[in-house]
Design a protein around this ligand. Sequence first.
Ligand SMILES: *[C@@H]1O[C@H](CO)[C@@H](O)[C@H](O)[C@H]1NC(C)=O
Ligand SMILES: *[C@@H]1O[C@H](CO)[C@@H](O)[C@H](O)[C@H]1NC(C)=O
Ligand SMILES: *[C@@H]1O[C@H](CO)[C@@H](O)[C@H](O)[C@H]1NC(C)=O
Ligand SMILES: *[C@@H]1O[C@H](CO)[C@@H](O)[C@H](O)[C@H]1NC(C)=O
Ligand SMILES: *[C@@H]1O[C@H](CO)[C@@H](O)[C@H](O)[C@H]1NC(C)=O
Length: 269
Amino acid sequence: MKLKTLLLPIFYSFLITLDSVSAQTCFNGYFKPNSTFDLNRRSLLSSLASNVTTHNGFYSSSIGQDTNRIFIIGMCIPGTKPEECSKCIQGGSNGLLRSCPNQTVGYVWPDCCMVRYSNISFSGSLVMEPSGPVSNPQPININLTLFDRTWEELMSRTITAATSTHESSSLKHKYYAAEVASLTAFQTIYAMMECTPDVSQAYCEFCLKKTVDDYKKCCHGHKGGAFVRPFCFIRWDLYPFAGAFENVIFPPPPPQFSLQPSPPPRFLP
Ligand SMILES: *[C@@H]1O[C@H](CO)[C@@H](O)[C@H](O)[C@H]1NC(C)=O
Ligand SMILES: *[C@@H]1O[C@H](CO)[C@@H](O)[C@H](O)[C@H]1NC(C)=O
Ligand SMILES: *[C@@H]1O[C@H](CO)[C@@H](O)[C@H](O)[C@H]1NC(C)=O
Ligand SMILES: *[C@@H]1O[C@H](CO)[C@@H](O)[C@H](O)[C@H]1NC(C)=O
Ligand SMILES: *[C@@H]1O[C@H](CO)[C@@H](O)[C@H](O)[C@H]1NC(C)=O
């Protein structure tokens, strides 16, 4: 609870300003400044952006021995241009170096990428905490009965899309989906979800479902938001974000808001 309260202002500023440095979450003990662990961490974080871009948007590695060992993962969402990806990872890494000066574990999900490091190997592990919302607290100002129905449908459709294996989905971006739903004839809801590729499909699905539930508990009725966990992420909004919706096919508007059917064509005699 304390953690969430503490993180809220940072998260909030991330959503409003959408700059490349977003909510850094760090936890689990401290290391000594200038220790070997510290130097290893700096070296990994500072070279991560170039390593992620030269490895097609996904990089996972570790350096050091025993207590000085550090594990790292960095990835960009599919379709991110190399310069954007590099900028995002660099921003995330710098944010972690700045905001987690002496913590052994940290993660961040900026705009279109994620960075996570730890002194403990986390590959494939079900690490659910710490977690926190990134919510726009403004009310959505729309009939919630209607909104909830569309939103729930979109969330479950996005979870399904993110956790089903597609022929085309690469091993590096196994769990990712960006989906849209028409709220009214004039408004669209945009949703994006992702898990890191090291976890099982069952863990990813569990994480996304729990995260949607947790988001509902904290932020129902808010006008857009996100919820972050060490290995999974959800975000939705009323506008496209993170460059994630350029290739998305838009569904028709819901029937209650459809335009009047056009009159039948008149034939000339
Ligand atoms: C990781 O860091 C924590 C906190 O300092 C420490 O308690 C733990 O023993 C470390 N684990 C390893 C594998 O170094
Ligand atoms: C760490 O090293 C830097 C550069 O060598 C030095 O300026 C700084 O004072 C050191 N910090 C600590 C806490 O030892
Ligand atoms: C990351 O890339 C740098 C070159 O930019 C390389 O020297 C370094 O070994 C790479 N890091 C890891 C952990 O492989
Ligand atoms: C970690 O850093 C914080 C903030 O700089 C400082 O208050 C704290 O004493 C440090 N803890 C350790 C164990 O170095
Ligand atoms: C919201 O929409 C539902 C379904 O169309 C309707 O039954 C309900 O009265 C509306 N609520 C408000 C507050 O307008």
